[in-house]
Design a protein. Structure first.
Length: 500
C-alpha cells in the first residue's frame, strides 16, 4: 500500500489538470466561496434530514402500528417497486446535469422532454406487470397498489431535473425546502387517511400528493420549460454518461426489490413488514450518511485535482460517520427491545432480532460512501458498479440460501455478508489516489460493534458493553480528537456567521 503523503506524485485523471478549480490558490476567494457553499449546503441538508427523520419516525409509528405487520408488509412491497422505479427511471440524467462542465442552455428542457417519454413507458410497463407481481408475491393486493404508482413516479422523475440544476449550483438550501415541502404534503394526506381506515391506500395517496408538490416547488425554484421534442445529438452524450452512471445505481437500488423479490415469497408479508421496519429504523438513525452521500459527488467533483485533499476528506469523513452513526445505532440496539414494543406494539418485537445486523452493515457501508463519491467524480462509474454487483449478489444469495432455514436471522446474516463488497471500493480508490487513513474509523467501528452484538444477549449487557467500549476507545488520542474536532466545528459555526 502506498503512503498517502506521497500521492502528489501519483498519476491523476487526465482532465484533472484542466479543472479551473484546482488552478486557484488554496486561500483564493474561489475556494472560500465554494467552501462556504458546501458548509451552508451541508447545514441545510442536515437540518432537512433532521426534520425529515422526525416526520418519518412519526409516520412509521402511526402507519406501522395502525396497519400491523401484514398490511404494512403489503405496503412496503409496493414502496420497494416505487423507489426502484423513481431512482432508476432518471437514467442517471440528473447526475449528468450536475456534473457536466459545459452544459448547453437547452439541456435541462431536453432532458425533461426525454424523461417524460420514459414516464409514459414506465406507466405502461407497471400496469402490464402488476398481475405478475401479485402472483410472484402471493398477494393480489400488491398488484392493486402497483397500478397506482405511475403518477407519483412520473412527478418525482420530472422534478429531478430542476433539483439537479439546483444541486449543480450548490443551492442545497432550496433543495432542502423542496424535499421538506414534499414530505409535509405526503404525511398530511397519508396519516389522516390511515386514521380514517383507508389502510395501506393512505400512504399511496400520500405519495401522489408528495410528487405533485415536489414538482411544483422544483419548478418554482428552478423553472425548466416543458416540451415533448428532444434532439438525439444533445441527448446522446447525456445518455452515454447517464446510462453508465445509472448502471451502478440500478445495481445498488436492487436492494429496494429485496423484499418483493425474496423476503415476501419466502417468508410472507408479515416478515416483509418486520424486515422493512428494521431497515427504516436503521436508515433514520443514520442521518449523517444521507447528507454526506447526497453531497459527495458534487463536493468530490470540486476536489478531484488534489489527491491529498481527497484522502484527508475521506479519512475524516469515515471517522465522523463511524462516530455519529455507530454511537446512535449501538445505543438504539441496546434499547430496542424496550423501545419497539412501547412505540410500535408487541407484534413488532421480532424486528429487534435483525436490527443489530442491519445497523452494523449500514454503519460499515456508510464509511465507504465517500470512496464511491470520489470514484463517481472522475467517471470511474464501472468500478463502483463492480462493488455494487458484489453487494447485491451477496445480499440476494445470502437471503435465498439462509432465509428458508434461519428465517429472519437468515436475512440479518445476509446483511453482514454484504460488508465484504467494500473491499472493491477500497481497492479502486487506492489505485487512483492512494490509501486513506482507516485507523480512527476502525477503532470507532469496533466500539460500536461490541454493544450492537452484546445487545442480542440483553439490553443490560448491551448497555454495559456500550459504556465500556466507548470509554476505552476514547483513551486513544486520535479517536478522542474526532468528537473534539466536531465540537470545535459546531462552536465555530454557531459563534461566527459564515460570510457571504
Amino acid at each position: 500500500m502506498s503512503d498517502p503523503k506521497d500521492q502528489s506524485s501519483k498519476e491523476l485523471p487526465a482532465d484533472s489538470s484542466k479543472s479551473s478549480e484546482q488552478a486557484q490558490p488554496t486561500g483564493s476567494p474561489f475556494r472560500t466561496s465554494v467552501k462556504q457553499k458546501i458548509i451552508k449546503g451541508g447545514l441545510y441538508l442536515a437540518l432537512r434530514q433532521l426534520i425529515s427523520v422526525g416526520m418519518s419516525i412519526v409516520s412509521i409509528l402511526v402507519i406501522a402500528r395502525t396497519l400491523g405487520p401484514s398490511d404494512y408488509g403489503i405496503l412496503v412491497n409496493a414502496l420497494g417497486i416505487f423507489y426502484f422505479a423513481t431512482w432508476n427511471g432518471r437514467l442517471g440524467l440528473n447526475s449528468y446535469l450536475i456534473k457536466q462542465r459545459d452544459l448547453e442552455e437547452t439541456a435541462p428542457a431536453q432532458v425533461l422532454a426525454f424523461l417524460n417519454l420514459i414516464n409514459v413507458l414506465l406507466a405502461v410497463g407497471l400496469i402490464a406487470l402488476a398481475p405478475a407481481i401479485g402472483l410472484w408475491t402471493g398477494e393480489p393486493a400488491i398488484a392493486e397498489l402497483v397500478r397506482w404508482l405511475p403518477l407519483p413516479i412520473a412527478a418525482d422523475i420530472a422534478a429531478s431535473v430542476s433539483i439537479a440544476m439546483l444541486e449543480r449550483e450548490l443551492a442545497f438550501s432550496e433543495v432542502g425546502l423542496i424535499e421538506i415541502g414534499a414530505q409535509l404534503a405526503n404525511y398530511s394526506i397519508a396519516l389522516p387517511l390511515v386514521f380514517m381506515g383507508w389502510g395501506y391506500w393512505g400512504p399511496i395517496a400520500g405519495l401522489g400528493s408528495r410528487g405533485i408538490v415536489m414538482l411544483l416547488l422544483a419548478q418554482y425554484y428552478y423553472r425548466v420549460r416543458w416540451q415533448w421534442q428532444w434532439q438525439w445529438s444533445l441527448m446522446r452524450p447525456a445518455l452515454s454518461y447517464g446510462l453508465t452512471f445509472s448502471l451502478s445505481f440500478w445495481v445498488i437500488t436492487m436492494r429496494a426489490l429485496t423484499i418483493p423479490v425474496l423476503v415476501t415469497p419466502i417468508l410472507g408479508v408479515e416478515a416483509a413488514g418486520i424486515v422493512s421496519i428494521a431497515i427504516r429504523l436503521s436508515e433514520q438513525l443514520s442521518i449523517l450518511r444521507m447528507v454526506i452521500r447526497r453531497m459527495s459527488v458534487s463536493v468530490m467533483s470540486r476536489l478531484r485535482g488534489n489527491a491529498e485533499v481527497i484522502l484527508n476528506t475521506i479519512s475524516r469523513g469515515m471517522a465522523y460517520q463511524a462516530l455519529l452513526i455507530g454511537s446512535v445505532c449501538s445505543a438504539f440496539a441496546c434499547l430496542d427491545s424496550w423501545i419497539i414494543p412501547l412505540l410500535f406494539g408487541e407484534a413488532w418485537l421480532r424486528s429487534t432480532q435483525i436490527f443489530p445486523f442491519i445497523a452494523l452493515s449500514a454503519m460499515v457501508r456508510a464509511m465507504f460512501d465517500l470512496h464511491a463519491g470520489a470514484l463517481y467524480a472522475v467517471d470511474r462509474n464501472n468500478q463502483v458498479t463492480q462493488s455494487y454487483v458484489v453487494y447485491i449478489l451477496l445480499l440476494w444469495a445470502g437471503c435465498a440460501l439462509l432465509m428458508p432455514t434461519f428465517g429472519l436471522w437468515g436475512y440479518g446474516i445476509a446483511e453482514l455478508l454484504t460488508i465484504m463488497s467494500n473491499i472493491w471500493l477500497h481497492r479502486f480508490l487506492r489505485e487512483l489516489y492512494g490509501t486513506p487513513q482507516y485507523g480512527t474509523a476502525v477503532w470507532l467501528t469496533l466500539a460500536a460493534m461490541v454493544p450492537i452484538l452484546a445487545s442480542l444477549i440483553s439490553p443490560v449487557v448491551g448497555g454495559i458493553a456500550f459504556v465500556a467500549a466507548y470509554g476505552l476507545v476514547l483513551l486513544v488520542p486520535t479517536v478522542r480528537a474526532v468528537p473534539l474536532g466536531l465540537f470545535k466545528i459546531v462552536i465555530a459555526k454557531t459563534s461566527k456567521p459564515i460570510e457571504s
